[in-house]
Ligand binder design. Structure first.
Ligand code: ARG
Length: 569
């Protein structure tokens, strides 16, 4: 398909002698088509060309020839250059392309490149709480989208399965394990045992020492302690898997923190040789003040033990050697901004090829908040994802019962709608913003929600079910689809692949979420304004064909976000 952005960038680049790629970055798609199909804000070049944007726009416009087959017209408005494309040729190409592609928007631009995505990473023996929902959903969407674009993607679940807390948990279990039935809600029980022993250890030095001893034994591979630790881990993983099954999460590696426990020595050795590892109050640290980070990175505590950062450094070494990655993403909340800033700086001292340190990227996100009073927090103040998902599914079921009591397979539909609503809500706003977890709002079929997209999809299904067979693409459709409602949809369909690419440039799945809302809205307008199944066979075929394209794209896009589409609802 013609890549208009590229075409336009080529022309501007020729006219200005500025790098084409640089130009392409600035090309925008105006909100209102009156301002063209593409637009180039010339103020971006004002500094380089030392001229006012209005003049730049005029000079470029004079140098560019318009040919009727792709770009039909150019005009200058203020400092903007607006480009109008030849709609007929464009529509023909888009519609034809969709008919040829089994999986829409699939491409191979990522071929030969490897992307690591470190996401979800809950801590074992602790509840999978709401903060981990967001990393699981954002990471999962990125995983699907990169794959779709042809990248080799490795999803890593870097479990929090190591640390002195396990020495405590083992001690607690030794003392009170027989009071608890770990076959039911094991994580709650382990969390309770942990709380008890933690309280006791804070008062009693002897207990604390016993905990430390357990951890030492665990580190040295003691059989009993290792067996317990493994049991805690297995119990946790079984619980986590239930959530992953609901969300459709997939991981290629489960190497957690414990996997790196015996790999931190090498990190320390390498850092020692650089001379940058210095003593400070008994601990060993790397000072980062020259890099503008005022808090040093602790590598070894004063008692000699390593910390979270040390294991993350060992993981960087291991991942560079094992995967030869191009990008290595870490999806966590912004609470860990400092941690990643620190370790990405220290990683530069590990002697790795620059490619690997340049490829490190922290994909941070905002907090999830509950609308106060609206949701039961169950026991204590911990809101568990399992409860949130189940509450949402239950609510979805009630709505479906009301709207469509005769629907078959209501439970499955409620699951798709409920989980889809949660996934979409996590991805609908740009990731740095805080999110409100409001079940009523996220299940609003008319709002900018997951269910709205599913509902629009179901509508397209019901239109398609009225005809015997989706007609093949025919060039004559183009003139039948020249109303603004249809043209708007065609343009959105064209933008699908670019939308996916934009997601990967900014690690921002909300770009796709917004796109799907726009497409669903555009279809709703088209549907309200145009009779799709009607008496004119030719028009009907063209409109049904367009409906089919929307159907395919909505499904493809929603699935890339991790949602499942119901056929009916
Ligand atoms: N387990 C950590 C937590 O719950 C997240 C781990 C993120 N990944 C990493 N490589 N540090 O906060």
């Amino acid at each position: 398909m013609i890549n208009f952005k590229e075409e336009i960038a080529k022309k501007i680049s020729k006219a200005t002698n500025i790098d084409q790629e640089e130009i392409e970055k600035y090309i925008e798609i105006p909100k209102d088509t009156k301002n063209g199909d593409y637009s180039f804000p010339c103020f971006n070049l004002a500094k380089t060309l030392k001229k006012p944007p209005v003049i730049i726009a005029q000079e470029i416009a004079e140098k560019i020839e318009v040919n009727n087959s792709s770009i039909e017209n150019i005009n200058c408005v203020g400092g903007y250059l607006n480009f109008y494309i030849n709609q007929n040729n464009f529509s023909k190409e888009v519609l034809k392309k969709i008919s040829e592609q089994e999986t829409f928007g699939k491409s191979n631009i990522g071929e030969g490149k490897t992307i690591l995505i470190d996401y979800s990473a809950p801590n074992i023996a602790k509840p999978f709480h709401i903060g981990h929902l967001k990393t699981t959903v954002i990471g999962g969407a990125l995983y699907n989208i990169y794959k779709h674009l042809g990248y080799n993607v490795i999803g890593i679940n870097y479990l929090g399965d190591y640390g002195t807390q396990f020495g405590k948990l083992i001690e607690g279990y030794k003392r009170w394990g027989n009071e608890y039935d770990l076959t039911q809600e094991p994580i709650d029980k382990l969390a309770e045992i942990y709380k008890r022993i933690n309280d006791l250890a804070s008062e009693d030095e002897e207990v604390l020492n016993a905990c430390r001893e357990n951890f030492r034994l665990l580190e040295n591979g003691d059989e009993y302690c290792t067996k317990l630790w493994k049991e805690f881990k297995d119990l946790s993983l079984t619980e986590f898997q239930k959530i992953y099954d609901l969300l459709g999460s997939h991981f290629d590696s489960w190497n957690g923190e414990a996997f790196y426990a015996d790999k931190t020595d090498e990190v320390i050795e390498i850092l020692e040789k650089t001379g940058k590892l210095i003593e400070s109050e008994g601990a060993r640290i790397v000072d980062l003040s020259e890099q503008g980070i005022s808090t040093p990175c602790i590598v070894c505590k004063s008692n000699g033990s390593t910390i979270y950062a040390t294991r993350d450094l060992a993981a960087i070494l291991y991942r560079a050697r094992t995967y030869n990655y191009d990008k290595s993403l870490y999806v966590t909340s912004y609470e860990q901004n400092l941690h990643f800033k620190q370790i990405f700086e220290v990683a530069k001292l590990l002697g790795l090829d620059e490619k690997y340190t340049k490829g490190l990227e922290h994909v941070s996100y905002g907090m999830v908040r509950l609308p106060s009073g609206k949701m039961s927090t169950r026991k204590g103040n911990f809101v568990k994802i399992k409860d949130l998902l189940n509450d949402t599914i239950e609510e979805a079921k009630k709505i479906i019962e009301e709207k469509n009591p005769d629907l078959e397979d209501k439970d499955e539909v409620a699951k798709r709608v409920g989980v889809g609503a949660v996934i979409f809500n996590n991805l609908a706003t740009s990731r740095v913003k805080d999110e409100i977890f409001d079940i009523t709002q996220m299940l609003n079929f008319q709002g900018e929600t997951g269910p709205y997209i599913q509902y629009t999809y179901v509508r397209t299904n019901s239109i398609l079910s009225k005809i015997e067979k989706v007609p093949e693409f025919d060039e004559s459709y183009v003139e039948k689809l020249d109303d603004n409602y249809s043209k708007n949809i065609i343009k959105l369909l064209y933008n699908f692949e670019d939308t996916l690419i934009q997601v990967t440039l900014k690690e921002e799945p909300s770009i796709l979420a917004k796109y799907l809302i726009d497409l669903a809205k555009a279809f709703s307008v088209f549907y309200n304004e145009n009779k799709i199944i009607g008496d004119n066979a030719e028009i009907q075929n063209a409109r049904v064909y367009l409906t089919y394209c929307v159907n395919k794209t909505l499904k493809q896009g929603a699935e890339l976000l991790g949602m499942q589409m119901p056929d009916k609802m």
